[in-house]
Design a binder for this molecule. Structure first.
Ligand code: ADP
Ligand code: MG
Length: 222
């Protein structure tokens, strides 16, 4: 737990600089993209597609770094019901799940409200659901459960994908840790940061070959 906070602090310290760099790179990137698009209109070329898709990848990574590093301006914590947020995320993610042969199930219990920034909690759920889908290349099930206990709202996201070995479990908190060819290893960092900002906790249990469960706890609003 301490180690996790240290890692997030470190990220905060370099965050300012990362955000500055990401911001500086954004404008020339947009210019390059525009001219590559013009070039590809003038002379049809397979290279411009490659350049454009690689530029889009840089933009995506920059976006994730900015999300981690930028101090969140105009965040406002409001009383929300997590069940409602989950339902919205499920309908948003359902098309992507269906494409990958994945069913999104839920078992939602009556729970008290949490004080949260709904957009950020949605981001957490989306990142976790995406990982779950990616852990089940030939399809499977994702179940989202909510429950209440001891002043905390619990939320479990369970998949029956490839699972995570014990030594890899220890590394999930590291920025840029990924086992995917096109991964950034930043999705979970964003989740940890957001849940910490909400005074909650997030931890993983997993068994290789069987699946993974992400446990999130958030304090009930008083
Ligand atoms: P990325 O998805 O870009 O790799 P993340 O930070 O989202 O980065 O995830 C980091 C790593 O954690 C993944 O590469 C994967 O190895 C592991 N992981 C996360 N969620 C799951 C899951 N549900 N099942 C198996 N592995 C997972
Ligand atoms: Mg991910």
């Amino acid at each position: 737990k301490n180690n996790q906070i240290k890692q997030l602090d470190q990220l905060g310290a370099i965050g300012q600089m990362a955000a500055g760099i990401a911001h500086e790179i954004k404008n020339p990137l947009t210019t390059i993209k525009g001219f590559v698009q013009l070039l590809s209109e003038k002379a049809e070329s397979e290279y411009s597609d490659i350049i454009l898709s690689e530029l889009e990848r840089i933009e995506f990574i920059m976006g994730e770094i900015l999300m981690l590093a930028k101090p969140q301006t105009n965040i406002s914590f409001k009383r929300k019901n997590l069940n409602q947020i989950i339902l919205e995320v499920i309908s948003f993610m359902n098309p992507e799940a269906i494409i990958h042969n994945v069913t999104l199930n839920r078992s939602l219990s009556p729970i008290p409200a949490v004080s949260c920034e709904a957009k950020q909690i949605k981001q957490v759920l989306i990142n976790i659901i995406k990982n779950a889908i990616e852990a089940m290349p030939s399809g499977g099930n994702i179940r989202i459960k909510t429950y209440y206990s001891d002043g905390f709202i619990g939320m479990d996201i369970i998949d029956n994908g490839k699972g995570i070995s014990e030594e890899r479990l220890k590394r999930l908190k590291e920025p840029f840790y990924t086992d995917k060819e096109k991964g950034t290893g930043l999705g979970l960092m964003i989740c940890y940061k957001i849940i910490e900002d909400h005074h909650g906790t997030i931890h993983f249990t997993s068994e290789e070959g069987r699946g993974t469960c992400v446990h999130i706890k958030l304090p009930a609003a008083t």
